[in-house]
Ligand binder design. Structure first.
Ligand code: DC
Length: 220
């Protein structure tokens, strides 16, 4: 089993790059953020607040989350691919992903999803917790300004109505929260290849990944 693991903050381009790499190298693409987004959506639908920790943990065990080969996301059999990107979900997903028991359940699920496949997996703790022994470990980064600009463009394309300030505040809040979790926080390590995509085109970023993956393949 081959694992390409990519961590990084929101808006750094992980999703775009994972999708390109999955096609180029025939890897199953697993967006781990989608699993936390499903727990957030299920919590909203069950009218739970962020204080209802025990109920959220219970829900995270009970719900059925699937990601198909076209990256469609299913919650209890229903296609929620678009709904998990909504503003309401985006606002609560980071605190929900801080709940230690929820993380345990999602990490187990993510490992099961990867079982027996060659995968590219992106998130915040893939290189450190989910697959610390992955063959390829990357940290993809970009400046805050660039990430806000990218997210605004993406929201426009998806018809999500969020102002510049809302996006900026949400990204700042999630950056802080995601980097200060008790378990599974986003961090840089010496084992990751660090790529700053701020001033690079998508093709240029892909090239940086390819150099590492193929350089390594040539050696083996
Ligand atoms: O990648 P994303 O924006 O869809 O992720 C949504 C949230 O889920 C993000 O704010 C942090 C959390 N997350 C996490 O804690 N660990 C992961 N491996 C992936 C996402």
């Amino acid at each position: 089993m081959k694992v390409v693991a990519i961590d990084g903050p929101c808006g750094s381009g992980k999703g775009t790059i994972a999708s390109i790499l999955s096609k180029k190298y025939n890897l199953v693409n697993i967006d781990t953020g989608a699993t936390y987004r499903c727990v957030a959506l299920a919590s909203l639908r069950n009218h739970l607040s962020l204080n209802d920790t025990e109920e959220i943990i219970k829900l995270s065990k009970e719900i059925d989350i699937k990601i198909d080969l076209n990256n469609k996301v299913y919650l209890n059999g229903e296609d929620v691919t678009d709904e998990i990107r909504s503003k309401a979900v985006t606002e609560i997903v980071s605190p929900i992903s801080s709940i230690v028991e929820v993380r345990k359940n999602m990490v187990d699920l993510q490992r099961r999803m990867a079982n027996n496949y060659d995968v590219v997996m992106e998130g915040r703790d893939i290189t450190t917790v989910v697959f610390p022994d992955a063959q390829y470990k990357f940290y993809l980064d970009a400046s805050l300004e660039e990430r806000v600009a990218r997210r605004i463009k993406q929201n426009e394309e998806k018809g999500i109505d969020m102002s510049y300030d809302e996006v900026l505040e949400n990204i700042k809040f999630r950056d802080y929260n995601d980097m200060h979790k008790e378990v599974g926080s986003l961090k840089r390590t010496a084992e990751q290849v660090y790529i700053d995509s701020t001033n690079l085109s998508i093709d240029e970023v892909v090239l940086e990944f390819v150099k590492v993956i193929e350089g390594d393949l040539n050696e083996s």
